[in-house]
Design a binder for this molecule. Sequence first.
Ligand code: 3PG
Length: 305
Amino acid sequence: MKILIATEKPFASSAVACMCTEIEKGGHELVLLEKYTDKAQLLAAVAGVEALIIRSDKVDAEVFEAAKKLKIVVRAGAGYDNVDLEAATAHNVVVENTPGQNANAVAELVLGLLVYAVRNFYNGKSGTELQGKKLGLLAFGNVGRNVARIAKGFGMDVYAYDAYCPATIIEEAGVHAVAKQEELFEVCDIVSLHIPATPETKNSINYAMVDKMKKGGILINTARKEIINEQELLKLLADRDDLKFITDIKPDADADFAAFEGRYFTTPKKMGAQTAEANLNAGVAAARQINAFFAEGCTKYQVNK
Ligand code: 3PG
């Protein structure tokens, strides 16, 4: 079988080398399309392959239409909002993700960005410490759990709200479970977002929600751009000069947010999962999942119906 790795934002080359070894071990052939700039390149590349490995690359109905031999797409990473699952199912294509494989990388970035934020973006002015501060995790999945583990090392008091995770699981991890999302914003000094982009969550981080935060609150987003209601957050930052917004996903209204100098920071390109280790973990997992799919029909990580 031909397995295409199609990445606008490539994996580390060391990860690609290991993925190639896995793919060859499975008796398959690697096809590589990196840093493509035009959808036409992706459409041409998928035409002759049975499997596809992607990152945040958009795989829509047009791609499935062009990929006549395609049997499986593995999103090397957690969020699969970039794949049209209905179109995949309609074309009899299995879609999988690789949950947890890049979670530590994202979690480390959260703490790194938080240190940067509370030390005033290293501008030389006196800042504050993370120790003793209340950190709220919106969702307690793989990333949230890793953030909790590292934040506890900083001496932070960690809270979490997750609509789909029982409070007992949260408490077992030494984290305070709160009953409502609103409560997380009311109680915590810092709120870190770890929810996927779904019809329910899109635009849900709005003026009313973030305005519940205490004076000096920090909102940090390493999840998805779409969960933020950008216009409402801009209005709130204008109304409250005590709040900070830190993000690993550049907002559409980046230029407007940039006006809040000293209270806003965005990475130039989403870099949460951009480590050699995370690329290796997620990329090799994707290659192995494809091998298992073709060898044994294994669909353990399937996310479409
Ligand atoms: C994920 O959903 O796994 C992360 O957002 C990483 O995305 P990336 O592979 O595009 O960096």
